[in-house]
Write a protein of this length. Structure first.
Length: 94
């Protein structure tokens, strides 16, 4: 299918079609409250996967190094970690 894209909730809320294999994390799925955004998750055939412990560690380390750690939510870190894990493009409005 091509490149991996790790999507934050905004991708599903805005309903913008992304190119590539779409992956997100369970905490993003929980953030989707309305039927339209939940439907987008399924229409886009997005896989929902938790990030690995190693990728979370690497994402936290990178966020500390850039000084962003204090402004990132748990969901932000999960999405970042999943992108690190796959070497993926990150689709977010953050």
């Amino acid at each position: 299918m091509g490149a991996y894209v790790v999507a934050d909730a905004s991708a599903f809320i805005l309903g913008k079609r992304l190119e590539g294999e779409i992956i997100t994390v369970p905490s993003v799925e929980r953030e989707l409250k309305d039927i339209r955004s939940k439907s987008m998750l399924h229409i886009f055939n997005a896989r929902v996967e938790s990030p690995s412990a190693d990728s979370l560690k690497r994402a936290r380390s990178a966020a500390r190094a850039t000084g962003d750690i204090s402004s990132l939510s748990k969901t932000d870190l999960d999405v970042l970690a999943k992108a690190v894990e796959y070497g993926a493009v990150l689709a977010t409005d953050d």
